[in-house]
Design a protein around this ligand. Structure first.
Ligand code: ZN
Length: 329
């Protein structure tokens, strides 16, 4: 399954960097905006997508650091230590990671209780090594990645049983070389990114089937140049990030056509409003905007800061905090 790429829609082959800066800065400026109200449940991740995207474009100072840090402080739960998407919501590993990533970007980890964050993550590890996402007890390899990433960025990885956590992640590998959300669950590019990222953080990449997995990942590229997340699905800009970041970590980025992918991603820009959409002609959103810009950075696009494939944050920030494992090509 693929899509026709219509070149006649007045699209451009240039990255519209000024437009994207405008798009990210204006996102959420109007607090009465329908979209802003509807996305309260992922506000923290929205701020992470926006700050990271601007930083990669060299424009982080366009957002108000002070009010963002104040917002994060209000979202840390006084009893569990976890961080929520928005003031008054329940904490969750997903939003705790987003908050930690934002604080790292602003060099402001000291602004919250980092030890309490560490204890929160520790409390969610299960006897089989897996992680709950929050107190409600859902298990998913995404949460293994979040836990390892939070603790790596805050220098507290010793708080969890890394060996058991690694065994759990490896138990989610499938015969096709990919990974799912739990043992025997279908392979999916987003979850592969989480598992490969987890193994990159814990320096266990030698334990996966590199060539088989890289083959599955490069088969995600379609004629349009775009990448899908599973066989028989449409291409989508966010999969450009998940597949590409995984291939980069595995040292196999050269197994796909960078030029064709670049073309596809640039066709997903909205030339009027700025921002990227999932595929050409759709409505742009902040999530696909980060992953579009991030994928272009991985592909070496000019005028963008280098992005770290494991953490999806500027390389210069990650370098100061943690050394990930990346395989040689
Ligand atoms: Zn998508």
């Amino acid at each position: 399954m693929d899509m026709e790429v219509n070149e006649e829609r007045g699209t451009t082959h240039e990255l519209l960097i000024k437009k994207h800066i405008e798009y990210v800065v204006n996102h959420g400026n109007d607090k009465n905006d329908f979209e802003y109200t509807m996305t309260e449940f992922l506000r923290m991740s929205g701020i992470y997508w926006g700050t990271t995207c601007l930083d990669i474009m060299g424009q982080l100072d366009k957002l108000d650091k002070k009010s963002i840090i104040e917002f994060i402080k209000k979202c840390q739960c006084g009893s569990s230590g976890g961080i929520s998407a928005c003031d008054g919501h329940d904490p969750h590993l997903l939003y705790t990671l987003s908050a930690i990533q934002i604080l790292c970007t602003y060099d402001a980890l000291h602004e919250i209780d980092i030890q309490a964050v560490g204890k929160y993550v520790q409390s969610l590890q299960q006897p089989d090594g897996s992680f709950f996402g929050d107190k409600w007890g859902e298990i998913d390899t995404r949460f293994s990645f979040c836990a390892a990433a939070i603790l790596a960025l805050t220098n507290q990885i010793h708080l969890i049983d890394v060996k058991k956590a690694t065994e759990f992640v490896l138990s989610c590998a499938n015969a096709d070389g990919g990974f799912g959300s739990k043992p025997y669950a279908e392979s999916h590019a987003g979850l592969i990114y989480c598992c490969v990222g987890f193994l990159s953080i814990t320096h266990n990449l030698h334990r996966l089937e590199r060539e088989k997995l890289a083959w599955w990942l490069c088969e995600r590229q379609l004629k349009s140049g775009g990448l899908n997340g599973r066989p028989e699905k449409l291409p989508d800009v966010c999969y450009s990030w998940w597949v590409l970041a995984s291939l980069t970590i595995l040292g196999r980025l050269h197994w796909i056509s960078s030029e064709k992918l670049k073309e596809f991603i640039l066709l997903c820009q909205d030339a009027d409003t700025g921002g990227f959409s999932a595929r050409p002609g759709n409505m742009p959103d902040i999530f696909h905007t980060l992953f579009g810009v991030g994928a272009l950075s991985l592909l070496g696009y000019q005028n963008l800061k280098k992005i770290n494939p494991t953490f999806c944050m500027p390389e210069e920030i990650v370098q100061k905090l943690y050394q990930v494992q990346i395989l040689e090509s």
